[in-house]
Design a protein around this ligand. Structure first.
Ligand SMILES: Cc1ncc(CN)c(N)n1
Length: 223
């Protein structure tokens, strides 16, 4: 899975930290089914809070967008987060006896706070590209993970989670977010992002957000 040329360049610049994120032991244990259920539920509760803040961050992208197309696209992502992705968490936690109110009232772990506020700050203090490069590892990393774990099928108790991120709907979202990033870069910077004076700061944002994803998986293994 490549999801566009800008993503490929940022992913390459992130170096081994990208592999640490997408092949983290939490991910591998989701795939082979050895992840303890307590760790999965703990992760889901934190991730529900994470997605609330990510919905805010994509809403900020609507405000920071430069064109109506960008506004419409980012508004669509906000809708998908609030009405689709978060419903997975409500359903899976509901099966384990955790209701939506309990999810919302859970205490946020520092690793979660660090990641979500880092991304929101990228949007508040920067422009549309600063925000998109901080948001990209979240969307596209899960796309890669879901796609890679798809072969695990029904052999793991976490098949519903894998089917969500490996499924056609989420993969389509990733292709579109990759295209959004490519178009946004072409319109603001031109054909050669890596040669632009903004490259160092933008690739650093992407790498930092990737590092915070690793921290989020580490937190998941520590209920
Ligand atoms: C921490 C995290 N990163 C990414 C995703 C995928 N949207 C997520 N649900 N949670």
């Amino acid at each position: 899975m490549t999801y566009g040329t800008t993503f490929s360049a940022l992913r390459k610049a992130a170096g081994p930290i990208w592999q640490d994120y997408t092949h983290h032991s939490f991910v591998e244990r989701l795939g082979d089914g050895t992840l303890p259920q307590a760790a999965f539920l703990h992760y889901l509760v934190q991730d529900y809070l994470f997605l609330i803040h990510f919905s805010r961050a994509w809403s900020l992208a609507v405000a920071k967008a430069g064109t109506l197309d960008e506004m419409r696209y980012c508004a669509g992502v906000v809708h998908a987060l609030l009405h689709e992705e978060m419903q997975l968490h409500v359903a899976l936690c509901g099966e384990a006896g955790i209701n939506a109110r309990q999810l919302e009232q859970a205490e946020e772990r520092p690793e979660n706070l660090a990641y979500t506020r880092y991304v929101l700050d990228a949007g508040y203090s920067g422009d549309f590209l600063d925000l998109l490069t901080a948001l990209a590892p979240c969307v596209l990393g899960y796309g890669e993970i879901g796609n890679r774990l798809s072969h695990c099928g029904e052999t793991t108790p976490y098949a519903d989670w894998i089917a969500t991120y490996g499924g056609a709907g989420y993969q389509h979202l990733c292709t579109e977010v990759g295209a959004l990033l490519d178009t946004a870069v072409a319109q603001r910077i031109g054909a050669d992002l890596a040669a632009s004076p903004r490259w160092a700061a933008l690739s650093k944002r992407f790498t930092t957000a990737t590092r915070l994803e690793v921290g989020f998986w580490d937190m998941g293994l520590d209920p």
